[in-house]
Design a protein around this ligand. Sequence first.
Ligand code: NAI
Ligand code: MG
Length: 504
Amino acid sequence: MAETLTATSEDIAVELTPSKASPKPGKLFIGGEFVDALSGKTFETRNPATGAVITDIAEAGTEDVELAVRAARKAFEDGSPWRKMSPRDRSRALWKLAELIRQNADELSELETLDTGKPIFESSKFDIPQAAECFEYYAGWPTKIAGETIANTAGGEALVYTLREPIGVCGQIIPWNFPLQMLSWKVAPALACGNTIVLKPAEQTPLTALRFAELTLEAGIPAGVFNVVTGFGPTTGAAMVSNPGIDKIAFTGSVEVGKEIMRTAAGTLKRVSLELGGKSPNVVFADADLETAAKYALGGIFFNQGEMCTAGSRIFVEEAGYDAFMSVLRSRAQKMVAGDPLHPKTRLGALISEEHLNRVLNYVAVGKEEGANVAIGGTRIGSKGYFMKPTVLEGVTNQMRVAQEEIFGPVASVIKFKDIEEGIREANNSQFGLAAAIWTRDVKKAHNVAKRIKAGTVWINTISTTDNAVPFGGYKASGFGRELGRAAIDLYTETKSVWVDLNQ
Ligand code: NAI
Ligand code: MG
């Protein structure tokens, strides 16, 4: 990843590359059909590279959510085509979906880049292929989900076995940073387990979810199994969370909304899983390969403009290695320039919105006030689109707001530490616990530190990688529940124990 972070142009291209993708006018996808919102209301989705409106999107209200829930419930009932579909055929349908994502990869990549502002390089090499791989991975699961037979410890003649059953209607609420990939992490395992879905993409990035909806029909997923309601969080999203017909909510987004979802979901005792972001420490020991560590540190914070839940946004550097590490980091960061997201050579795109850009820029000001030094970047680029210079703050202490709050943009906070104990203590000194990276050549130290870091993922001598087979999720305020791998099968099934009395 680090090797790809090279400069392309000195300024943002004035003439942005024209787009070939033709976004569909916004409709909701309910019961296998594209329909208008009952209110007729729409909202705009914008291209962050220009600020221009891409298209209008339907805004789902409470009644539309109710219709989607009913469609999903009907598709879940006994006797429905989905419930009658064998695990083998469900498996084939998921594989077919992956094939369709691959066949339409160019269009999906372009839609993703138009909607998010991320480089087409990332959409086409990362987001879209990874979404396809996620469906391929979970296509293998329907035929392997099984219960157990359990010894009856109290004695007596009884047979006890467990069944793994789908939960029912799953409400899935996803963010704007990796739209199709986040969709795949939630939709693929839920379908593999036999659930039905009402999905709400982020209001900023609904385009690929709507295109994906068409693909579900082509793949032979029965009508009503997968539904999309587009709209805003406090209205459409909140209507999902309070709807009694939804059995489970899976959410990825901010801590604040995660808490709100838990509170509301308590009313109907929905199952809840939350992935809430982080302030991940990237801990560089002086004995590490410092050049490689510095290169990867850039990928860890600047990939996807830093709009990543796992962003290695707190870079802890051991004092003895500080100068060597920072000279590589500074010189490479200096060369990174944001550019036209649709240009194939661009490696740094636009931030999601003007509001978000201002929020990130404000954190730079906050850092300065707190006494941090802006070593690189720190400012907006131009006035067209929402571009920002990659930013490195030095002289940061772990108590500062820029070290404790999730910035979710291209801003790295660099913090010095003295020794291993201080490194571990400060890395753990955070409300979050999503991920962490450790750089050292000492095998014992690496594993010892990995064990003591409170995070759902620890990378040793690498950063930011995920795999569909590997569980992903957070400790502490980063949420709970593990997505991906076998763990997601637990997230999307209920366990039923069946007792058979064998006494005469
Ligand atoms: P957000 O948490 O408001 O939005 C995420 C999703 O939740 C969107 O689909 C949104 O429509 C929905 N939502 C919002 N309010 C809701 C509610 N009351 N009930 C149900 N659904 C609701 O995040 P936002 O405002 O887009 O970004 C703010 C900050 O959150 C970011 O700067 C970042 O720090 C963090 N964030 C973390 C993400 C992660 O990957 N963990 C992803 C996006 C944002
Ligand atoms: Mg919001």
